[in-house]
Design a binder for this molecule. Structure first.
Ligand code: ATP
Ligand code: NCN
Length: 230
């Protein structure tokens, strides 16, 4: 069995932990660089949890080993900010498998295989925005056929993206149009990006209230995102 890197800090021992491992537990995995985590990450995670009746949402920060995206601050800082952001929310968990364990290539396919080992009885979903569905349709993801064939997804609508058409026009995705992609229209297009927060900080702006107070204080205390590095 792969070493678990799931942090149970938000769970009461006993009942809550049993709920996480129970037969048919509905668990969403929300992957991002969280560079930094924003209020929109929290709001989208909670909306998905509520509307799709998930028991838990696992926040999965990606590591600096990612090849497709340059991260702007260290794994340790991003992990700590997610921990602060989800503190006291019992249905939100942090998993640091990609940060600390996953050897070699950081592909979501491998990470979801890890979650299946940890939660063999659960109903697992990878949570993502429709922009990522387009990327998968355009064959930008690694091990994409295996990923799609072996997983379920909750896809959040994003402005200007027709999710049904993205699936029907993709040679890969149209073969898996069997209910494994569940769509969610959040009802409100709220756009707070990590990029915007980083850029505000770098130009001496003040993005307070776009992210949890504790994360804002953490950024100030550690003097993060003072420059934009591309
Ligand atoms: N406003 C939003 N509505 C729906 N989904 C979103 C929204 N913002 C981000 N997502 C989704 O959340 C996941 C993580 O996104 P990510 O953290 O890369 O967004 P970001 O804040 O725009 O980051 P960055 O600015 O660093 O690219 C992705 O699946 C993305 O599609
Ligand atoms: O597996 C892949 O090839 C792959 C390619 C791009 C993104 N992902 C995952 O998608 C999640 C969101 O990515 P991003 O770019 O929005 O931070 C995150 O968990 C990434 O590891 C995964």
């Amino acid at each position: 069995m792969t070493a678990t890197k799931l942090y149970f800090e938000n769970l009461n021992p006993g009942k809550d932990v049993d709920a996480l491992f129970k037969e048919g537990a509905r668990i969403g995995v929300y992957g991002s660089s969280f560079d930094p985590v924003t209020n929109v990450h929290l709001w989208t995670a909670n909306t998905v949890r509520h509307r799709k009746k998930l028991d838990f949402v696992i926040f999965l920060p990606s590591s600096h080993k990612r090849v497709d995206k340059k991260l702007q601050t260290s794994d340790q800082h991003r992990e700590e900010m997610v921990r602060l952001a989800i503190k006291n929310k019992q249905t939100f968990l942090l998993d640091t498998y990609e940060l600390h364990v996953l050897p070699g290539k950081q592909y979501t396919y491998y990470t979801m295989e890890y979650f299946k080992e940890i939660f063999p009885k659960a109903d697992l979903f990878f949570i993502m925005g429709a922009d990522l569905l387009v990327d998968i349709a355009e064959r930008k993801w690694r091990m994409d056929e295996q990923l799609v064939a072996n997983n379920q997804f909750i896809v959040m609508a994003r402005n200007g993206i027709d999710m049904l058409k993205t699936i029907s026009s993709s040679a890969l995705l149209r073969n898996y149009d069997d209910g494994r992609f569940q769509f969610l229209d959040k009802g409100l297009a709220m756009e707070i990006s990590s990029t915007y927060i980083r850029e505000e900080l770098a130009r001496n702006g003040d993005p307070e209230f776009l992210l949890p107070d504790e994360c804002y204080s953490y950024i100030k205390e550690h003097n993060l995102y003072r420059e934009i590095s591309r």
